[in-house]
Design a protein around this ligand. Sequence first.
Ligand SMILES: [Zn+2]
Ligand SMILES: [Zn+2]
Length: 393
Amino acid sequence: MSDIQEPVDTGNDKRDGLDRCPRCGATEIGPVVGTHKLQCAFCRYEWEPGAFDAGAAFDVPLDEIVGTVTTTGVADIEAAASTMVTLKCQGCGAEVVIDTGRSLQARCHWCRQVLSQNTQIPNGAVPDALLPFTVTHPQAVELIRGFASRRRMFALKRFREEFVPENVVGVYMPYLLVDGNLHADIAGQGEIKTRTYQRGPDNNKTTYYDADVYRVTRSFDFTVDDLTVESSSARADLDTSRNTNNVINTILPFDTKNAVAYDARYMGDFTSEKRDLDIAGVMPTVRHQLLSIARQTATDAAPGYDRGIRWESEQLDVKGTRWVAVLLPVWLYSYYEKKSDGSAFLHYIAVNGRTGETMGSIPVNVPKLVVAALVVGAVLEAIAIPIVAASAW
Ligand SMILES: [Zn+2]
Ligand SMILES: [Zn+2]
């Protein structure tokens, strides 16, 4: 992780403020949800900006990445940088403030034209790339309705009564994509079964195994492509006693290869969340994930141990990494549960804005669960844990 290279500039030649329709000059431009297109609300002209291309530094094959390759979109956040950005409206000269922690566009309150924040700013709000929503709002509402109704008989009465799928909102969530060129040395003990036999009286036999134990070591190079890690510390808060933030990570993966270059005009009615973690801040999570990939790779490379392998020591050598900041599309339905002991718990149902993968938690009526457990024991298991898997549409 030494030799930090000059970051690839992915966006500072863009313009902030009025960003006009190439045909009629209007600023009322938004996404055509379900596609990668932008559309002018006045003349209806539609066009598709190009795919994201981070340039030559990102064309280097994964196994040749050396050092830390970055873009301007993943630059370290300046601690003092405000989320509030003031744009001067080129239409009327008014000064318009945008809270970039929530939105990357604002309407000028004097001339009603839309202003966009396109260039990167030191607070981490503007990424390199973005993956547009292809799951539409009506589709997301149906997915969330389906998810909740399959669990309806277990849900709290209040949750059922207050359930309004139309409150589903689209949010662009900040992530870092990581490519890596790595080497791992892993050692442990593997067992191979040599004999199976039974002992004891006829009505109470016990089965025994004999196994040979081997010292297993594996030393190998490996690469990762677009590892996707949360770059908002609030979302990375995995305290499951307060919230179900980790739901967002259960709707991965996203088809990140299809990302487009960031353009504020994709925002439309969506809000966005700001990145507040730098590379150093997500590195512990990345290392953790790389180690589990390494262990899995080592296990796959040692198939003969039919009684399993217990890995005991690991060494990870990060030869090179490459980083891109993206906004990824998530539909969210949230519900704030006030528990009887006065504590509060935030439930979410989240839909991957690309694949429709839906996950979430709903507040559960405990007595109903107990009754259900007596009737259908198997169902309890699927419902009692806070995160319940649901199929894609
Ligand atoms: Zn137009
Ligand atoms: Zn104006």
